[in-house]
Write a protein that binds this ligand. Structure first.
Ligand code: GLC
Ligand code: GLC
Length: 798
C-alpha cells in the first residue's frame, strides 16, 4: 500500500513526502476575508471575500496537467531548473516535504546541495499571502543561483475571466515599482481595488507579460526566461498579465538567504484611488509589504497566527486511548469545520468558486461545527442568512458572500431550507446562552423596511413547513429536500437544462418527503424547547401549537411513512412510494432513517431500532453507509437528478458522508454504542488505511466516497467543503464523547464503546472552563453540569 504522507500531531500538521499525490492535496489559508487554496505543489489561487467576484490569481479548473497555476518559485542552479514544490517543472528532487498546518503550508525542496523552503500563510489583519522563501547552500562551495517568482493574475471576475476573451485580452494593465509589481486591470474605471506582488528587496529583473515570461506555446514547466537565466522586464498591455521577480544570488557555503514576498489586495476609497492621472495610489500596498517584510515581522505575524489557532483548538481538547480519534477531534475536524464555515460550498478543488455562493441550508448546518470556536461570527452569519428569507418563510437557496444577496438564478422552493434556520439558531444559543439574538431585527430578502425579529423569522420558517403538507400530512418536498437531487416535480427530459434551476411542475403535486418530516419533528421539538426557555417568554398557546404540529407529524409518519422494516423516503408527484420494499430499486434510503431516528419517531414501538438495523443491513459497506440501495440503474424522469449518476456515485448509491452522522446520532440516541462507533470510524479519514485508494486528502472528510455498487468503491471525492465536517463534529463531540451544550449548562451523556475505557475532555463553554475525566464503568446514564463561570475539574463515572 503506497503512502504519500503521515500525521505529525505534535505540531498539528500533515506531512506529505511524495509530491505526486493521487490528486492534489490542498490546504486553506486565511481566516478573515482573504483566503487562499494551496496545494502540496503550491498550486491554487486566492481571493478576497468572494471567490467569484474578487479572484486574485487565475486558476484553470480541470487543467492538464492537474493543478496547473499557483505561486511558483523557480530555481536555476547551473543547468538545473527546479521548483521546491516539484511542480511545475517536475525535476526530480533530492528531498521534498510539504507540511499542511493550521492556516499555513510549508514546502521544502532540496537539490544538488541547495535547499529552498517556502512558508505560505495569510497573516491576521492583512489581506495578503506572505511567502517566506529561504534558500540555503548546504554544500561546501559557494553557489551562484537564480530565483524567479511567478503568479498569473485573474481579471477579478473568475467567471468572465474564463469566457470573455474578446474583451479580456485588451484590458490587462500593470504598473511596476522597484520591489512591487501591480495588477490594476479595470482600476481605471469602476474598480477601486488592485492586487500586487511585492518582495522585501529590489529585484534584478521582472516580467509582467505571460508569453514573454513563458515563451509562446510553453507551459509553466518550461518558462523561457528561466531557462535562459534572464528576465525581459516586460510590461503587460492586455493579453495575460503576470508577475515575476528575478534575483541573482550568491550563497556562501552553509549560508542562507531569505526573501519575503507579499501577494496582496488593496481597496482604496474613491477619492484616493490615484496618485496622478492613471497612476494608482500605491501607499496601502507599500504599507502591507512593510508590515510583513522583515524576518522579525514575518515571524511575529506567523507566531500570532499560530497563537490564534492554538487558542481556538484549545477550546475543545480530548485525551483518549485512540490516537485516530484524538487527531480528528483535536485537530482536523475542527479545522475543517472552520474552513467549511468560511467557504460554504464555494471554492475547493471540486467547487469552482464561480457557481455557488453560500448555501442557506449548508451554512446553517456549518454553524454546528464552529459555534464553540467563533460565536461572534456565527451570530453574524445567522443574521445574514435570515436576511435572505422571503416573507412567506421560503428562502433563497444560496446567496453571494460579497453582496450577501440571494441568488436569483437558483431562487428558492427547497422544502427543507427554512427548518435549518431553527437548527442553526438553536446550536448558537445552546452554545452561547445569547438569547438576545432572537430580538435582532432582520429584513426579508434584504429589503429595508421589512424587518422583523429573528424569533419571528423562526416562527415563519416553522409555519412554512407546517402549512405546506401533502395528502398524507407529510411535508411537501418542493424542488428537493436536503437531497438536492431528489427532484420529484422536475420531469426533465432536456439534457440542456439544469435540474437545479429548471421550472418545476407544482400544480397537483403530491410529492412529500419523509426526510423533511423527520427534520420537522426534530427541529420542532428543539424549537418548542427554545420557546419554553424563561429568557424567551413565548406565548404558551403558541408553544402548544408547535408541539401539536410536531405530534401530528409523528402520527403521520407512523401511519404513512413506515414501510415495515424502515422509514419510506418520499411520495412522488403521483403519490407513489419511494424507498419502499415495493420499489424495484432504491428500496431504502438513508436520510429518513437518520432523521426519523434522530426525531425518535415511533421509538417506543421499536421503529427506530428496526430502521437502524435496516440501515446497517442494506446500506452499510466497507467504507460507510451508502445513500440508497440498490442504486438506480437507469434514468427515471419522475425522480430527477438522483438517477442521473452512475451507480455508487454521489446521490445515487454513493457514501454521501454528510448523512452518515444522522444515522450515527440516531444510533447514539438509541444507546447503540458499538454501531455508532463502527459507522463513525468508517467515514473518518484518520481511520482510513489506504491513501492511494482514497485518493483525496487523508486529513479531511469527503462529501462522497464511492459506494459498494461503484466501479471503484472507497475512492473519495469532493473533499473539504461538505456538511460532513460540522455533522461529524456534532456527532463525535456531543453524541459519542457526549458533551452536550444545553441552555443551562453541559449534559455529559456519552455513547462510546466500553473498551475505550476513560477519556479526558477539556472544554471551554461560555465563560467556563471544564476539565472532565469520564470513566466508563458500564452503568451508563448522564451527568448534568449547571453552567457557572470559572474553572472546574470533574471526574464523572458513567
Ligand atoms: C451538497 C449540497 C447540499 C445538499 C447535498 C445533498 O452537499 O451542498 O446542500 O444537501 O449536496 O444533495
Ligand atoms: C448536484 C450535486 C449535489 C449538489 C448540487 C448543488 O446536484 O449532485 O450534491 O448539492 O449539485 O447544486
Amino acid at each position: 500500500m503506497k503512502q504519500y504522507g503521515y500525521f505529525d500531531d505534535d505540531v498539528r500538521e500533515f506531512v506529505i513526502t511524495d509530491p505526486a499525490t493521487p490528486w492534489p492535496w490542498i490546504n486553506y489559508l486565511g481566516c478573515e476575508d482573504f483566503f487562499s487554496l494551496v496545494s502540496n505543489t503550491a498550486g491554487g489561487y486566492c481571493f478576497c471575500k468572494d471567490a467569484k467576484f474578487r479572484r486574485i490569481l487565475r486558476y484553470r479548473y480541470n487543467g492538464v496537467p492537474m493543478d496547473s497555476g499557483g505561486r511558483y518559485y523557480y530555481i536555476k542552479d547551473g543547468d538545473s531548473v527546479w521548483n521546491p514544490g516539484w511542480k511545475p517543472c517536475k525535476t526530480p528532487l533530492d528531498r521534498y516535504e510539504c507540511r499542511h498546518g493550521m492556516g499555513y503550508t510549508r514546502i521544502i525542496g532540496e537539490k544538488g546541495g541547495l535547499r529552498c523552503e517556502v512558508l505560505f500563510f495569510v497573516p491576521q489583519g492583512g489581506r495578503c499571502e506572505v511567502h517566506r522563501v529561504r534558500l540555503t547552500n548546504t554544500g561546501a562551495a559557494v553557489k551562484r543561483v537564480q530565483l524567479w517568482s511567478f503568479v498569473e493574475w485573474c481579471l477579478w471576475n473568475a467567471s468572465t475571466d474564463m469566457e470573455n476573451f474578446q474583451r479580456n485580452l485588451s484590458t490587462g494593465e500593470v504598473e511596476v515599482g522597484d520591489r512591487i509589481l501591480y495588477h490594476k486591470t479595470e482600476y481605471r474605471e469602476r474598480r477601486d481595488h488592485y492586487a500586487f506582488f511585492g518582495v522585501n528587496r529590489p529585484f534584478d529583473g521582472f516580467d509582467t507579460d505571460r508569453e514573454t515570461f513563458l515563451g509562446p506555446y510553453n507551459g509553466f514547466d518550461t518558462p523561457q526566461q528561466v531557462f535562459a537565466g534572464t528576465s525581459d522586464n516586460s510590461v503587460a498591455h492586455g493579453w495575460s498579465p503576470v508577475a515575476s521577480h528575478r534575483f541573482d544570488l550568491t550563497l556562501e557555503a552553509g549560508k542562507s538567504e531569505e526573501l519575503i514576498f507579499v501577494l496582496g489586495y488593496v481597496e482604496n476609497p474613491p477619492e484616493a484611488k490615484f496618485s496622478a492621472l492613471g497612476i494608482i495610489n500605491k501607499a496601502p500596498a507599500e504599507e502591507l509589504l512593510e508590515a510583513f517584510g522583515t524576518p522579525a515581522k514575518a515571524d511575529a505575524a506567523f507566531a500570532a497566527l499560530k497563537g490564534y489557532w492554538d487558542g481556538l483548538l484549545g477550546r475543545f481538547q480530548l485525551e483518549s486511548a485512540v490516537p485516530e480519534l484524538d487527531r480528528t477531534v483535536n485537530i482536523w475536524n475542527q479545522y475543517q469545520c472552520m474552513v467549511t464555515f468560511f467557504m460554504s460550498r464555494s471554492a475547493s478543488y471540486f467547487e469552482s468558486g464561480i457557481g455557488r455562493g453560500m448555501g442557506f441550508r449548508d451554512s446553517n448546518q456549518d454553524l454546528a461545527g464552529i459555534v464553540h470556536l467563533i460565536p461572534d461570527r456565527a451570530r453574524q452569519r445567522i443574521l445574514d442568512i435570515a436576511a435572505t428569507q422571503f416573507p412567506d418563510g421560503g428562502c433563497y437557496h444560496q446567496y453571494q458572500p460579497l453582496t450577501k444577496r440571494g441568488n436569483h438564478d437558483i431562487g428558492g422552493g427547497f422544502g427543507d431550507d427554512p427548518l435549518w434556520l431553527i437548527f442553526g439558531t438553536v446550536a448558537y444559543i445552546k452554545e452561547t446562552g445569547d438569547f438576545s439574538i432572537l430580538e435582532e431585527k432582520v429584513p426579508f430578502d434584504n429589503q429595508p423596511g421589512t424587518e422583523k425579529t429573528l424569533l419571528e423569522h423562526l416562527k415563519i420558517s416553522f409555519a412554512r413547513v407546517a402549512d405546506n403538507l401533502g395528502p398524507h400530512g407529510l411535508p411537501l418536498i418542493g424542488r428537493a429536500d436536503w437531497n438536492d437531487c431528489l427532484n420529484l416535480n422536475c420531469f426533465s427530459d432536456n439534457p440542456d437544462e439544469s435540474f437545479q434551476t429548471t421550472e418545476n411542475k407544482t400544480e397537483g403535486s403530491r410529492a412529500e418527503s419523509l426526510m423533511i418530516a423527520g427534520l420537522f419533528v426534530a427541529e420542532g421539538k428543539d424549537f418548542a424547547e427554545l420557546l419554553s426557555q424563561p429568557a424567551v417568554s413565548a406565548d404558551p398557546a403558541y408553544v402548544d401549537e408547535v408541539r401539536e404540529a410536531v405530534s401530528r407529524m409523528e402520527t403521520a409518519v407512523k401511519q404513512h411513512g413506515w414501510d415495515g422494516e424502515w422509514f419510506l423516503r418520499a411520495y412522488d408527484y403521483y403519490g407513489r412510494k419511494i424507498g419502499s420494499s415495493e420499489n424495484a430499486e432504491s428500496k431504502i434510503f438513508i436520510e429518513s432513517q437518520g432523521w426519523c431516528g434522530m426525531a425518535r419517531i415511533g421509538a417506543d414501538e421499536g421503529l427506530c431500532d428496526k430502521a437502524l438495523d435496516a440501515a446497517s443491513k442494506y446500506l452499510e459497506c466497507e467504507y460507510g453507509l451508502v445513500l440508497n440501495a440498490p442504486a438506480f440503474s437507469s434514468y427515471i424522469k419522475d425522480y430527477g437528478e438522483i438517477s442521473s449518476y452512475p451507480q455508487g456515485y454521489k446521490e445515487n448509491g454513493g457514501i454521501f458522508c454528510h448523512n452518515n452522522p444522522w444515522v450515527i446520532i440516531a444510533e447514539a440516541m438509541a444507546g447503540r454504542a458499538d454501531d455508532a462507533w463502527r459507522h463513525y470510524c468508517k467515514i473518518s479519514p484518520a481511520f482510513a488505511k489506504d491513501q492511494s485508494l482514497r485518493k483525496v486528502e487523508p486529513y479531511v472528510f469527503c462529501q462522497m466516497v464511492a459506494g459498494a455498487e461503484a466501479a471503484h468503491p472507497g475512492e473519495g471525492k469532493n473533499s473539504w467543503l461538505t456538511g460532513t465536517a460540522a455533522w461529524t463534529w456534532k456527532t463525535v463531540s456531543e453524541f459519542i464523547l457526549g458533551i452536550k451544550p444545553q441552555y443551562d449548562g453541559l449534559l455529559v451523556e456519552p455513547c462510546i464503546p466500553q473498551h475505550i475505557g476513560s477519556y479526558r475532555v477539556r472544554r471551554r463553554f461560555r465563560e467556563a472552563e471544564y476539565d472532565l475525566t469520564i470513566r466508563l464503568t458500564g452503568k451508563g446514564g448522564s451527568f448534568r453540569i449547571p453552567y457557572r463561570p470559572g474553572f472546574q475539574a470533574l471526574e464523572i463515572e458513567l
